[in-house]
Design a protein around this ligand. Structure first.
Ligand SMILES: C[S@@+](CC[C@H](N)C(=O)[O-])C[C@H]1O[C@@H](n2cnc3c(N)ncnc32)[C@H](O)[C@@H]1O
Length: 391
């Protein structure tokens, strides 16, 4: 079977790395997508364990589509009775286009007609109905030039929804963006070695929750009840159940708190507390209302990096005023230089100008999209001669 995990722009390398670490095969990064091969259990594993993917798609067919008519005919040739029954519900998601099919709604309609007509013929007039919110089967079509990739969406709801309610507050990061950035910061290696992680402007706590989940080795999908395959005729319930059993066994509360969050705004800290409680992570993370100017790094390791400071300061577009935000980036630079020696800072800056205002030369800048913003995730190692000599 061939699978495609989709992701936000800039996260392809992080996702590829994550899928390789999950033991998946023939993992290849593309644009906003990473492909892999395997059996159904591998697709299920990616659904349950990928923190970075947006969706996991199971490839069904490549349809030739130089016109709406050929798209319809090719999709109709697929044996849909293997996937859904005539009384079930269906949704079609259509992405991309070509000269003949420019409008994705029109494309989706043609695909839906082809599936429904094929099933109606096979079942004496009975046909599946459309449910865009909670369908039994979600078909995904990606059209480029004259080729349409027809897939089954195994994820259902997008995978950034972790299954517990989260109050994001005014400017939250998406869970899978936060997770991808943490992977670039190599938290999955440093965390288990005892490295602390601090977000001094934690807001609703997205970095903290993702970081704590990684330390616990808790599958991000463990609390989700519904998946894209739940109502699919090809679903292998026992395969899924054994993955769930394994994930439950692996989930281990952290022995010592290594994840710390601060924010100047009491309301944000309260929000983060509630989010952590709903996610069952209250004992894995320490939170405090604190100004960045009063920042003190928690005790670090004896090796470099002593700790990670990972943060997403306000951009000025959504929160705060521009001047304030510029000054805040300067303050962040001072805090890193003076109070985080031996640590590595990872700052998601909303623009190249703001990244410069930190006043420290990044070792690496990774371009990612944060909603509509072209953001940069800057790696800023802070030298510590004394510590560096010990390693
Ligand atoms: C873009 S939001 C962070 C969002 C967070 N990553 C999330 O996912 O919810 C920036 C946060 O910085 C906080 N902040 C702004 N200025 C601060 C300061 N001087 N000291 C501490 N926190 C500050 C704001 O209260 C806000 O919660």
């Amino acid at each position: 079977m061939q699978f495609t995990a989709t992701c936000a722009p800039g996260l392809e390398e992080a996702l590829r790395d994550e899928l390789v670490a999950l033991g998946l095969h023939k993992v290849e990064a593309g644009r906003q997508a990473v492909r892999f091969d395997g059996v159904l259990a591998d697709g299920y594993r990616a659904c349950l364990w990928s923190r970075i993917a947006s969706r996991v798609l199971l490839h069904l067919a490549t349809a030739y589509a130089n016109s709406a008519k050929t798209l319809y005919a090719e999709v109709r040739r697929i044996d849909w009775s293997e996937h859904l029954g005539p009384t079930q519900t269906l949704a079609v998601e259509f992405v991309g286009g070509n000269d003949a099919i420019r409008n994705s709604r029109f494309g989706a309609l043609k695909v839906k007609d082809a599936i429904v007509d094929r099933l109606r013929d096979a079942h004496e007039g009975e046909r599946p109905s459309i449910d865009v919110n909670e369908p039994d089967v979600r078909v995904h079509v990606y059209l480029k030039h004259n080729r349409a990739q027809v897939s089954l969406d195994l994820s259902g709801d997008p995978l950034h929804l972790r299954g517990h309610h989260r109050d994001g507050g005014p400017a939250p990061l998406r869970e899978n963006l936060a997770a991808g950035l943490l992977r670039y910061a190599r938290w999955h290696e440093l965390g288990p070695q005892g490295c602390p992680l601090v977000d001094p402007m934690c807001g609703s706590g997205t970095f903290l929750m993702e970081a704590a989940d990684v330390l616990r080795d808790r599958a991000p999908g463990l609390s989700r009840e519904r998946w894209g395959f739940t109502g699919w005729l090809g679903h292998e319930a026992s395969t899924w159940q054994s993955l769930i059993d394994e994930a439950r066994e692996r989930d281990t509360p952290t022995a010592k708190v290594q994840v710390f969050g601060f924010d100047q705004d009491r309301t944000q800290i309260r929000r983060a507390h509630q989010n952590l409680a709903r996610a069952g992570l209250s004992n894995d993370v320490s939170l405090q209302t604190r100004e960045l100017a009063d920042f003190e790094a928690p005790e670090g390791r004896e090796v470099v990096p002593r700790g990670l400071l990972v943060t997403n300061p306000p951009y000025g577009e959504r929160l705060g005023e521009e001047d304030e935000v510029v000054q805040l980036h300067g303050l962040l630079g001072d805090v890193l230089r003076r109070r985080c020696t031996g640590w590595t800072g990872w700052v998601l800056a909303g623009s190249p100008q703001l990244a410069k205002r930190i006043g420290l030369k990044p070792k690496r800048k990774i371009e990612v999209r944060n909603g509509a913003l072209e953001a940069r995730f800057c790696e800023i190692p802070i030298r510590d001669q004394a510590v560096a000599r010990d390693t």
